[in-house]
Design a protein around this ligand. Sequence first.
Ligand code: ZN
Length: 338
Amino acid sequence: MNGMSDEEFQRIYGRPPRRKKKKVKIYWNRIFIALVILVGIIIGFVKLVTFAVDKISGGEKAAPIAASAAENKKKPDTDKKSSEQEKEQKISYSGVELIVCVDPGHGDHDGGTTSKDGQRFEKDDNLAIALKVQQYLEKCGVTVVMTRTDDTFVELGDRCQIANDAKADLMLCLHRNSYGGNISGVEAWVHNSRPAADTLMAEKILEKLEQVGVSANRGVQYGYVGNEDINYYINNDTVMPSCLVEMGFLTDDNDNWLFDENIDEYSVALGDAVIETAIELGIIDGSGKRLTQGQYLSQEKPINNNDSSSAAEAWAEMTEPSVTDDEVYNTQENEYAR
Ligand SMILES: [Zn+2]
């Protein structure tokens, strides 16, 4: 039938073909969707043009454009501020003319304390955070002297010698605590003569660590755990202000979690605390410029600070201390000197 014209049909059937009126189906739903898409495109285009005009005009034309331009102007400002803050978090100081000895406690066969499951060793945590402190301080321009940078054993006397020989201005010893029961938190140990400079550093460190977040600030402690008559070796045989920081309890799961979670922030806090101590002591000014000549000495430590080796000898002549206190909580620490 398709091949037949109307004339042929008329001729054959004697009537014009009855054509089915082609029903035009209107797909309203499709039209609606198309319209929505079209409107969307138009709105998008208008917005794009408005945005472009806005950018070019700099917001000097109509009020609404000016308002959005103001928003645009605000955005780079906040971006700049946040990038500045980020920079601040990264490095608070630069060109700091200071020598700091960082001492990660224990090493090699001397594992220090262990976690309750015996899987985690203090020596590793000490080294991990000490290396980060070193990195941060060096970024600030500080000359950092490490007593160890890997899993090696260094005698306590040698650690002091390294700090003294390097003419370090400040000494930071990093450890972790242990206890059989439920004790947690950070503390900082200072020589039992309570020297002001050393105490200042310990206080600053704890304050900064607390700002990052700790389970407890156990405060500045003097002497040796369980016996204030004796001292940690490194506080005793060093000539510069020093303190031994216990970075939480290895026997406390929450302290371990905090240590792992905040190790970067903690290392920045430790570094900043050391630098700020140096500023307050007048070793450097606020811009990090050196104000004093030669090594800074902890004047109030009861040793002759001018010669650390003779001081160490003097101490060596004294009787060995005895720590028999069963209540001593970090029983695996064994680094005292009278
Ligand atoms: Zn230790």
